[in-house]
Design a protein around this ligand. Structure first.
Ligand code: NAP
Length: 492
């Protein structure tokens, strides 16, 4: 073993990162800090920022407090709001990418189409027909980026303008228009309050109501920003404070901690009661599932928007779409000029549709056909030296995905270090360890609120939530320890 370690000491891996969004930028910075410089980032879009580049809808903001929505090592004294707006966040990622010279390793407008493992190397083919060979591949593609289009009869026959919320057209004129929006999730709750300001008529098609928390926004004025610029400790303190707050409240509520759940129950119900006085309308907006089962929406504006005279909430099911608009099950046709599909994302796609082929021709679609399962949100047996920055069963839902990526990234780096030292040739979790890990997750699922009577993008086809059912702290501890016996080249 010792001679093997020497022989391979400090190898410099060729790393391909797929995606230049939040987690791709992070991976480049941290790999370089670890002394790894042979990096290529393949990005299908024309700029960095991932989801914050793609989403351009009016009202776009992050509903996680901005002071904690940063990389831990790169606080941002420039935030203008407690809940930062989309363009602010886009600028933040662009600034970080520029500051750390990330762009020099990024190839834009180049999508990975194939990624095949052969002779202990990954062979990638891109949309430009280029072939790359790498030792390691980091899939930093994010989770919510493949639009989910509803399967509604006649949708294509609509003669007005129609688009998914994440494909908002540039320079869309809403003045005097009748706008329909399907869906009432987090995205819609941000769009609707903006639509009612401009459009003549807004029709909101709700299939299932959501619980809403009235998290108050705050503008950070120039004086405050100057103060934070001058005293970086303030940013650090705010980061720490908000992170702890979210950890002790939201993340505990969704895993079924009694008192935090009771507190949220009370807040959302009071919010609904105070905001909507009309009992009939209130009943339409009252969910019949546990608070937190679907992702809790943060909004102080959605209910007010629904109450506007130019806004109508439609709860009858959609029967079909016609050229003029949407026909509901009561036979009524809602005439529209514009139709927004705020219908969410395909959350189980991960790096797909790219063709991913592991050891001995193993096809990811076949491996994941029964169930999308991985080891520690990161590794797939049969796909050595391939890492997911954001696989299933991370503690998603009402917490910062940036903090999660930083934890995963540290884990990946520890593994890569072992490869560099020659302690592992192929970083691969065993099937047994993956099964045990998923059994442990399944064991905790029953306590989570995600299985309490609702349908959501967290759930797979068997109704199992792809979330982490224990505390945030337990996840961080789990991801901090390498359990070498879980690897094919683990401890003897
Ligand atoms: P979503 O939560 O999945 O909501 C999709 C909505 O579309 C739901 O109301 C759903 O109804 C409805 N829908 C889907 N298909 C339909 C159909 N065929 N007919 C009628 N209604 C249909 O998607 P999202 O609002 O885009 O949010 C997704 C996630 O993105 C959020 O949970 C959050 O994690 C993230 N997000 C984050 C922020 C942020 O600020 N951090 C902002 C926006 C989004 P049902 O509920 O009945 O299925």
């Amino acid at each position: 073993m010792a001679s093997q370690v020497n022989k391979h000491a400090r190898k410099d891996p060729r790393v391909v990162i797929i995606g230049a969004g939040m987690s791709g930028i992070l991976a480049v910075i941290k790999l370089r800090e670890a002394g790894i410089n042979n990096i290529t980032v393949l990005e299908k879009g024309a700029s960095v920022g991932g989801t914050w580049r793609d989403n351009r809808y009016p009202g776009l903001a992050c509903d996680i407090p901005a002071p904690m929505y940063t990389y831990e090592f790169e606080p941002n004294p420039e935030w203008e709001h407690r809940f930062a707006r989309g363009p602010e966040i886009r600028r933040y990622f662009e600034r970080v990418a520029e500051k750390y010279d990330v762009l020099k390793d990024v190839r834009f407008n180049e999508e990975v189409e194939q990624c095949v493992y052969r002779d202990k190397e990954w062979h990638l083919v891109t949309s430009k027909g280029e072939v790359l060979v790498a030792d390691m591949v980091i899939s930093a593609t994010g989770v919510l980026h493949h639009p989910s289009y509803p399967d509604i009869e006649g949708l294509e026959s609509f003669s007005g303008q129609q688009f998914h919320s994440s494909r908002w057209p540039e320079k869309l004129d809403l003045k005097g228009k009748r706008v329909g929006i399907i869906g009432t999730g987090s995205t819609s709750a941000q769009i609707v309050p903006e639509l009612v300001k401009e459009a003549a008529e807004v029709v909101v098609f709700q299939r299932t109501p959501h619980w809403i928390i009235p998290a108050p926004d705050r503008k950070y004025n120039t004086k405050l920003r100057n103060k934070v610029r001058k005293n970086p400790r303030l940013s650090k303190f705010a980061y720490w404070g908000y992170t702890r707050f979210m950890e002790l409240t939201f993340t505990r509520a969704v895993i079924g901690k009694k008192y935090t759940r009771m507190m949220f129950n009370l807040i959302v119900k009071l919010n609904l009661k105070r905001s909507i006085k009309d009992p009939q309308l209130r009943s339409k907006l009252t969910p019949d599932y546990a608070v937190g089962c679907k992702r809790i929406i943060f909004s102080t504006k959605f209910y007010d928007a629904i109450l506007r005279s130019n806004c109508q909430l439609v709860t009858e099911g959609i029967d079909h779409v016609e050229s003029e608009g949407i026909v509901t099950e009561d036979g009524k046709c809602h005439d529209l000029d514009i139709l927004v599909l705020a219908t969410g994302f395909k959350s189980f796609n991960f790096m797909r549709p790219m063709q991913l082929t592991g050891r001995n021709g193993l096809d990811i679609n076949e491996v994941w056909e029964e169930k999308v399962q991985v080891y520690r949100s990161t590794l797939i047996p049969g796909f050595p030296n391939f890492f997911l920055m954001f696989g299933p069963n991370a503690p998603i839902g009402n917490f910062s995905v940036i903090a999660m990526s930083e934890v995963v990234n540290r884990y990946i780096l520890k593994l890569i270090e072992r490869w560099r030292n020659g302690e592992m040739q192929e970083i691969e979790a065993t099937v047994k360890a993956t099964q045990e890990y998923n059994a442990y997750i399944k064991q905790g699922m029953g306590n989570t609120v995600c299985v309490k009577g609702c349908n959501s993008w967290y759930l797979d086809k068997d109704g199992d939530p792809a979330v982490w059912p224990y505390t945030w702290r337990h996840w961080v501890d789990t991801m901090s320890a390498l359990k070498l016996a879980d690897f094919t080249e683990g401890a003897p």
